[in-house]
Design a binder for this molecule. Structure first.
Ligand SMILES: Cc1cc2nc3c(=O)[nH]c(=O)nc-3n(C[C@H](O)[C@H](O)[C@H](O)COP(=O)(O)O)c2cc1C
Length: 160
């Protein structure tokens, strides 16, 4: 089959980024239940991504089928463990950046880190500023946030 047709038959790929504020301490117990739910559901839904955690802030990137992402996000949005959930970006993506990770976790302090703490910390700080700016976060800031996470992940994968 010509590659152009094979491409069309493929389900579209989308990428979403949201930030939120923790409604309770980001303890190992809380993060453990989140990661277990993600491992359970994201594998089935073929969703990959990363969750950055720190300073009372969550930043998550989800990639996969747009409808499956939307369904997952609806569940996440209503989760009482966080609040002020703000979707900053939801668009088609040319490829997956977090292939093979149902949901990587990066903490600001480096525990369980997929991104190194020196990478995760400035991202979390930027996410926090965007969150504090409210729903009118500048698009350029969101774009650089997304690029930054992806760049860090690529750097990590290369170094591994
Ligand atoms: C910050 C945060 C990120 C989450 N990420 C995911 C996720 O990627 N996938 C998922 O299925 N659930 C995620 N959850 C958990 C969902 O809100 C929900 O508890 C879970 O999907 C329910 O799954 P279950 O019906 O299998 O127990 C997240 C929750 C929080 C607070």
């Amino acid at each position: 089959m010509p590659p152009s047709i094979a491409k069309k038959l493929h389900a579209p790929l989308a990428q979403m980024l949201y930030v939120s504020e923790a409604a309770m301490p980001q303890s190992p117990a809380v993060l453990g239940t989140i990661m277990r739910a993600a491992a359970r559901n994201n594998v089935v839904a073929e969703i990959t991504g990363i969750l950055l955690v720190g300073e009372g802030t969550y930043l998550q990137i989800l990639e996969g089928d747009p409808f499956r992402i939307a369904r997952t996000y609806e569940r996440i949005r209503l989760d009482a463990r966080h609040m002020h959930v703000q979707c900053l970006h939801f668009d088609r993506a040319p490829k997956r950046n977090f292939k093979g990770h149902p949901l990587g976790l990066a903490r600001r302090d480096g525990t369980g880190a997929q991104l190194s703490p020196e990478h995760a910390a400035p991202i979390i700080r930027l996410a926090r500023r965007i969150l504090d700016a409210g729903p009118d976060a500048p698009e350029a800031a969101v774009k650089s946030l997304l690029d930054f996470v992806v760049w860090c992940e690529n750097a990590r994968a290369k170094a591994a």
